[in-house]
Design a protein around this ligand. Sequence first.
Ligand code: NAP
Length: 284
Amino acid sequence: MATIIDGKLVSAAVKKSVADEVNVLKEKGITPGLAVIIVGDDPASRVYVNNKKKACAEVGFYSEEYALPADTTMQELLEVIDVLNKRVDINGILCQLPLPKHLDEKAVIDYIDSKKDVDAFSPVNVGKIMIGDYDFLPCTPAGVMELLSYYNIEVEGKECVVIGRSNIVGKPMSMLLLHKNGTVTVCHSRTKNLKEVTSRADILVAAVGKAEFVTADMVKQGAVVIDVGMNRKDGKLCGDVKFDEVSEKASFITPVPGGVGPMTIGMLMKNTLKAAKLHNNIID
Ligand code: NAP
């Protein structure tokens, strides 16, 4: 039976260290500020935004929410971002995705000042991640790296397989593993003989978005299995990995919920703290 990687525990540790640093900053008159924009009334987005606001309060950040109606125009949204880009008390700006269809997500992300882009989605920050010289961590993949580090799981020299190549998870995940000297293979919907590839993995990351997609026969004995998926099955939250059978074969495994999920917000807090330090010329 695998060791269960406890994302709640590690996320709490990340938030605690952010909160400790915030206390020090406050003594210098600096309070990190995060602005969160939500457009429309998607229930899942509402939950994510509420959780982010809650985490801000927990670590001692100042936070503001801009809840805009679903019919907000591109110009109206960019005007809100423009004001936030210029405000010195706001260090991080986050626009909750997905946006309503009539809005151009890429243009919106690009409009956020890259020094306040704490989601690290803008082309500038994505490019920096690519060359390994970055200020902001891509939150979900960085959360995975934090879990590996917390559990002393070495990446160097390991066969790492990432299933999924999205811009927010799969691609940056593969980069972070590569920066840690893993030998990385990225799989996607056109990958042939997927089972053969995943069975080679010492570290297998599933970011597919399909409930219980990864079964025991796709996993090497003793592999570390990281489940990024967040899916609904019979009304219940479940991951991309068939937990019951894969946990019998893996050495470490993340559960869903309680694995990668809680880490994403922790890393967002870390990025916002970093932004506040950069804006105030505080070098680590
Ligand atoms: P996405 O944009 O839909 O990407 C899914 C990826 O899986 C694509 O690259 C796709 O390949 C690949 N794929 C689909 N079917 C496949 C198959 N049969 N075999 C191999 N690869 C296949 O999803 P995402 O945004 O990366 O998110 C992935 C999952 O992570 C979702 O469940 C999402 O909810 C979850 N998530 C969790 C967090 C968190 O905080 N825990 C954060 C973000 C996302 P193609 O590129 O060829 O289409």
